[in-house]
Design a protein. Structure first.
Length: 555
């Protein structure tokens, strides 16, 4: 394939990366809307993330189990191109289900909310297949040495979707950001704002999915591409993942029953829900630890899990996706007036209604776009001197795009505060010098500091410390991914599938934070983000010693 065709194929491929970002970030606006419309608590609202990101885990796990049963890689048998087409069609079906389930839905109908979660789960299943195929597809479209940089470029497009998604969805649902919280609640109660707008949104999204599927299917510039690596069975790894799935399913089933069977919510009920959530969270850690411990003693049957860098990386992907999603998904609740009046009125945070949240959610996700644009610089082979200038200029160009998308939504003080956060990120890039372990260490430390300041400080200083989390998360995915599969050889494809499964963190960690917010308060609940960044720092330090011991060059 020629370079020109490679570029054309890559341009077609990144359209699906845009869709992932657009829908995922839009959940940040959809979550507080659902909380108001369906009259649910913060934990229930975070089930939007549970359904969406849980589908990634279930989709990847089902592919692995089925492949193990037939002893061949099903996705590889389809080819990456067809895998993306099938995933897009499944997501389009999920969008159609969304249209059907909200027909005639009224305010406060919690049963309809659970059907909405089903529709989001189907959309997420499609995304799971797409992402499992698209990541190795992007790497295969050119020189392997630049594969991670092509992923950064695709990630930059993904982040552009996360930047405009909240703004577009907010405009479609609310139509205006000028109403007070009371006016907005009244418009919902009088059915002036209904789920009809959500139907319109998902009709459009479903049509775009179908259009993208047609583009992929009929494009002659896109090769089918298949991995040449043989499928490696890993029965013990499969069994531990099934055990983990059962534990999580039981925990969340018991939690759901407390919402359907209990009339009066007491402190004991709330504590029971929190305990069950922590059991599901600890189950992930425990099952991965069992794999780590047993595979180190007898590797047969564990497949890629016999490599400690992969096991550590699975937890790193889990915590990375979890912290990235939970910061943005709980941000809306942090800024809503109802919370501010009850327990944050002395902190000086902005008090906003549902319709006014989009610019701040867009700013958070835009922070990820800024870092990923910087990470993509290497794709264009700049000279050393030019690269230094680009490290400074590109972040502020990306910030300009965010300001353009959210025209006239920020004050001069807010723009200056975020510009300072970007400057801190730029310093981090210069210190890291493109080394993945150094990058992870520096940005994990910055993440811990940002979350601690956001949890215990006051006013806009606290808010922008939390928003900086997007900047510090931005570059972590390619670092973790490349370090985790280093030295895996013939197990690389299987290891990649295990890492995709750990997007499960986006399904588990946000509901845990949501319940912490219900029991304590929303700002204190951000301590869970501190713990997540803390593990990522541990991962960077531990993986360095693991790879050094194996004689693997990780820089």
């Amino acid at each position: 394939m020629t370079t020109q065709n490679n570029n054309s194929a890559l341009a077609t491929l990144v359209t699906v990366f845009f869709f992932w970002g657009f829908i995922a970030a839009s959940n940040g606006v959809f979550i507080p809307f659902c909380k108001t419309y369906f009259n649910i608590d913060q934990f229930q609202s975070q089930l939007v993330d549970f359904a969406f990101y849980g589908a990634y885990y279930i989709g990847a796990l089902l592919l692995f189990i089925l492949s193990s049963s037939v002893k061949k890689d099903i996705l590889n048998n389809w080819g990456y191109k067809n895998g993306i087409v099938y995933g897009l069609l499944l997501s389009a079906f999920g969008a159609a289900v969304m249209y059907v389930v909200v027909i005639g839905a009224q305010q406060g109908q919690t049963q309809v909310f659970y059907l909405v979660l089903l529709a989001l789960f189907i959309v997420g299943l499609g995304f799971s297949i797409q992402q499992t195929a698209a990541n190795p597809f992007a790497i295969a479209l050119g020189e392997p040495s630049k594969g991670s940089h092509r992923l950064n470029l695709a990630g930059g497009i993904n982040s552009f979707g996360t930047t405009i998604g909240p703004v577009v969805v907010s405009f479609i649902i609310f139509g205006s950001a000028s109403w007070t919280t009371e006016e907005l609640a009244n418009k919902i109660s009088t059915n002036e704002i209904t789920l009809t707008t959500v139907q319109t949104l998902y009709i459009g999204v479903g049509a775009l999915f179908l259009l993208a599927a047609a583009l992929f299917y009929f494009s002659k510039k896109l090769p089918s591409l298949k991995s040449i690596e043989p499928f490696e069975p890993a029965n013990k790894a499969r069994n531990i993942l099934i055990l983990l799935t059962v534990i999580i399913a039981v925990c969340f089933t018991l939690i759901f029953r407390t919402y359907t069977d209990v009339v009066e919510v007491t402190d004991a009920i709330e504590n029971k829900r929190l305990i069950l959530l922590f059991v599901s969270l600890l189950a992930v850690i425990f099952c991965v630890w069992i794999a780590y411990s047993n595979a180190s003693k007898k590797s047969k049957g564990w497949g890629a899990m016999k490599y400690p860098q992969l096991i550590l990386g699975m937890l790193a992907i889990f915590t990375y996706v979890g912290v990235e999603v939970t910061i943005g998904s709980n941000l809306g609740e942090l800024l809503k007036k109802s919370v501010a009046e009850t327990n944050l009125n002395t902190l000086g945070l902005p008090i906003l209604n549902d319709a006014q949240l989009a610019p701040y959610i867009s700013l958070y996700w835009g922070g990820l776009m800024i870092g990923r644009w910087v990470g993509a610089i290497t794709v264009f082979n700049p000279s050393k001197g030019l690269k230094k200038w680009l490290l400074i200029l590109v972040p502020y160009v990306a910030f300009g795009v965010i300001l353009l998308v959210n025209f006239d939504d920020y004050t001069v003080k807010e723009i200056l505060l975020f510009a300072i956060c970007i400057a801190v990120q730029i310093i981090g890039f210069f210190l890291a010098k493109d080394k993945p372990i150094a990058t992870l260490k520096i940005f994990s430390i910055l993440g811990v500091l940002g979350m601690l300041i956001g949890t215990f400080a006051h006013g806009q200083f606290a808010l922008y410390a939390l928003l900086s989390g997007g900047l510090f998360c931005s570059i972590m995915w390619p670092c973790i991914f490349s370090l985790s599969i280093a030295g895996l050889g013939k197990y690389t494809s299987q290891g990649s599938a295990f890492l995709i499964m750990m997007i499960l963190g986006g399904a588990i960690i946000p509901p845990v934070q949501g319940k912490l917010a219900d029991i304590f308060n929303i700002q204190i609940s951000y301590l869970i983000a501190v713990v997540c960044f803390g593990y990522l720092l541990f991962y960077a330090l531990k993986t360095k010693s693991v790879l050094t011991k194996q004689g693997i060059d990780y820089n």
